[in-house]
Design a protein around this ligand. Structure first.
Ligand SMILES: [Zn+2]
Length: 153
């Protein structure tokens, strides 16, 4: 099982599991990255500045963590934009279609704290799990990711 992490997961790490208090949380994630089981897409790296420079440096400096966008993924992003023209609201969620496209291309599971909205939700209110559903991509929340990896503290 491989996982691609959303921005809210990385920012949540900094805010709720700071490394000086939860060092094992961070080293477990690093081990998972080294094993090729966890990654982020390039578009997410651009957003992690919101979690501070230290987080950005950590993500950028972790070998194998950041996956560059492929042509296949850019095509998928374009398809998503056609299917859900109102979904992306500028900087607020501009990386989201890239996360879905990356997970689909890599056949990985998305780790995000976003919750699925009900049927007939307007495009602008749709969340990653909604769009992922339409592409056969699985989404889990942070604690599911921790549990599925068998990490205990
Ligand atoms: Zn990846």
């Amino acid at each position: 099982m491989t996982y691609t992490l959303d921005t809210n997961i990385l920012i949540g790490l900094v805010q709720r599991y700071p490394r000086d208090i939860f060092p094992a949380m961070w080293s477990n994630i690093e081990s998972s990255v080294h094993a090729g089981d966890s990654c982020i897409c390039e578009a997410i790296l651009r957003e992690v500045h919101r979690g501070g420079d230290e987080l950005h440096e950590w993500a950028k400096g972790l070998p194998g963590f950041v996956c560059p966008a492929t042509d296949e993924e850019l095509e998928l992003v374009a398809e998503i934009a056609v299917a859900h023209p109102g979904w992306v609201q500028g900087q607020l969620n501009e990386a989201d279609p890239f996360v879905v496209a990356h997970a689909k291309a890599e056949q990985s599971t998305i780790v995000t704290e976003e919750s699925r909205k009900g049927p007939n939700t307007l495009d602008k209110n749709q969340k990653i799990p909604n769009i992922a559903d339409g592409h056969g991509v699985e989404t889990v929340k942070f604690f599911d990711y921790v549990r599925e990896n068998g990490w205990r503290f």
